[in-house]
Ligand binder design. Structure first.
Ligand SMILES: NC(=O)c1ccc[n+]([C@@H]2O[C@H](COP(=O)([O-])OP(=O)(O)OC[C@H]3O[C@@H](n4cnc5c(N)ncnc54)[C@H](OP(=O)(O)O)[C@@H]3O)[C@@H](O)[C@H]2O)c1
Length: 299
């Protein structure tokens, strides 16, 4: 297939490019830094610097839309919130305009979202039928999904990737946590009761491939492992895997003071279940956190 990937230079995108290239697909990656694509995504990947380059006579079979400014990295001022929205919602709207203009349309759009769609879910188990939350991250995901669903009127099959915390050997959540945990300074966050819905990068990539190929797949998919854990359990398991103690707790009040509204990403959570992928028979290589961390950290 000829596939366009936005956000292809990111943590998930680079793993995905590798796997798709191995299967013989022809890839184009949209990036603000097209000169980095060969190194990050592979020499065979074509670069696209702007969506203006998608002319109506260009044929693409599939689009995977992952682009978005990192959500945890900077304080959520009103200006930053707009940047987070524009990099996802406005970009997805432009993508749908390109799809509308294309003479021959792609057949499928896989578009990003996150488990933050559900807001703070407490202890409730959340499948794809659960309602959206009502905080900033939930609104962002909901509007991002709506923008992507607009492609359905052009005949595309649209899958929404409600992504959990993606665990990979470099970068992302683990990249941030490893140093303090290796130094024995790993800490539970707040009371540690908030749920963390994680997924091993290898399972994530396999699930994306499945959704690309499965012509019956459409709508939202929880892209998470089937065994979410609380933050306390995550902290214990990571410390155990690294053979280090984790005796500290970061007080919720301190995190709220330091991070403002963004602290919700650490202190609140969702207990998400990949109900639809499980129903269609997807078999997880890493269903449990212990095995996933063991694989990533002791490979
Ligand atoms: N990793 C996770 O645990 C996780 C969890 C839930 C949801 N997600 C979502 O899944 C998507 C991919 O995640 P990731 O971890 O691979 O992200 P990442 O490593 O931060 O990469 C993000 C990608 O988005 C592009 N991008 C960033 N800001 C942009 C902007 N202002 N305009 C256009 N493109 C922009 C970047 O491309 P260039 O710099 O090349 O332009 C980069 O390739 C993100 O949208 C993220 O929010 C990820």
């Amino acid at each position: 297939m000829r596939i366009l990937i936005t956000g292809g230079t990111g943590l998930i995108g680079r793993h995905l490019c590798n796997a798709l290239l191995e299967q013989g697909h022809l890839l184009t990656v949209l990036s603000r830094h097209p000169e980095t694509i060969a190194v990050k995504c592979g020499a065979a990947v074509q670069a696209m610097a702007s969506l203006e380059e998608w002319r109506p006579d260009r044929t693409l079979d599939a689009v995977i839309n992952l682009a978005g400014e990192p959500i945890v990295d900077a304080y959520w001022s009103e200006k930053r919130k707009q940047v987070l929205r524009d990099s996802r919602i406005a970009l997805t709207e432009k993508l749908v305009q390109c799809i509308a203009a294309a003479k021959q349309k792609p057949t499928v759009l896989l578009s990003g979202s996150a488990v933050g769609f559900y807001g703070n879910g407490g202890d409730m188990e959340l499948d794809e039928d659960a309602n959206a939350g009502n905080d900033f991250a939930a609104d962002l995901c909901r509007e991002w999904e709506q923008a992507a669903l607009a492609a359905e009127i052009y005949g595309l099959r649209v899958c929404l990737l409600r992504t959990g915390l993606v665990l990979s050997e470099s970068g992302g959540l683990l990249g941030r946590m490893l140093l303090p945990f290796k130094l024995g300074l790993g800490a539970r966050l707040g009371d540690g009761k908030q749920w963390m819905s994680w997924v091993h990068i290898e399972d994530y990539v396999s699930m994306v491939m499945r959704l690309l190929d499965d012509e019956q797949a459409r709508g939202p998919f929880n892209m998470t492992a089937p065994q979410p854990v609380t933050n306390a359990e995550f902290t214990r398991t990571l410390a155990r895997t690294l053979h280090r103690p984790a005796i500290f707790a970061a007080p919720a009040m301190v995190l709220r003071l330091a991070m403002g509204e963004r602290a919700a990403l650490l202190l609140e959570g969702q207990r998400v279940l990949p109900a639809k992928l499980t129903t269609v028979g997807y078999r997880f290589k890493f269903p449990s956190l212990g095995n996933a961390l063991d694989d990533l950290l002791h490979r």
